[in-house]
Ligand binder design. Sequence first.
Ligand code: HEM
Length: 324
Amino acid sequence: MAPTRSILSVVALTLLVHGSADAVNQNCLKDQFYDQLCPDAERVIQNAVFAELDKNLSNAAAIIRLQFHDCFVGGCEASVLLDGDDTEKSSVSAHLRGFEVVDAAKTAVEAICPGVVSCADVLAYAARDSAIKLNGTGWAVQGGRRDGLVAFSVAAAEEDIPSPDLDVTQLIANFAVKGLSARQMVVLSGSHSSGVGHCDKVVARLYNFSAARPTDPSLDPEYAEELKRRCPNAPVAKSVEVAMDSATPQTLDSDYFLGLTARKGLFASDQALFEDRRTTDIVASLHDGRRFASEFGEAMRAMGAIGVRARGQIRRNCRKVNTW
Ligand code: HEM
């Protein structure tokens, strides 16, 4: 991770694409942005997202994560949705998914209002609607993002996306570069109360933690044994999925924070939030489900405002830039 370099590269890219630094401007975001432009947009997007998630609810967590990856890499401008050989979405180890849900929502809104709703906005609405489907509470989503013209490489994306072995100092720094506080970092980590990770990100904690202690001592011993059964120390097992919140894997709730207190955080970066004195109290305060729900919505709004473009395209197809 190299935050300074990544800020510079985003600024440089913005200048390159748009010709002026004021192209990054979150003042273009508004609540009820489409009320005049396309009054049914939010309803049509939500219906399409719900229909897709009724076929496969596991995509709900994936969509929330897609917005995180979109906003942390070059700002919320839908670069994560662009197809290509070396693009953010092509990273095998990132395991990004759920793109067909965004496609369905975009197709539905294009059918009623062609060329009006950006892909970055569709993704922001879809993330909120996914949270609702996971029994989470929704939030008011601001609209007005423009779509970028450039997909970032896998390597560029890896500079901005935090890795699961970061400690709290590194996590705080990673989010601070994006203008988010330590508290918002912890709150947003609560999205790990639904969805899955893969064994390749966990095996080092189970078998190679240190010479003296092969298993990470911050893991609850029973949970560590359960993870070892799920993730044997063999190359073939590395692509196996594990629920990130073993208590309630398909709900967006505060059980994730209860799990951290019980030392059942899947990744080192999760468990570190409970172990570090700077964030322990924040974790404890988020045991309160209502508090988590309201702070999560606020933090998603803040995340959804990162690096928003005042200028750019409204892509017709979220997978490629318009060429006409
Ligand atoms: C705090 C730093 C974070 C780290 C280190 C981190 C790391 C990860 C990793 C390694 C995975 C699993 C990848 C895989 O093996 O499949 C994952 C999954 C996930 N992350 Fe994070 N993440 C962080 C923050 C966030 C944020 C801010 C959000 C959303 C706001 C988020 C939402 C998710 C979701 C929903 C999944 C499950 C996706 C699925 O089921 O496909 N994460 N994260």
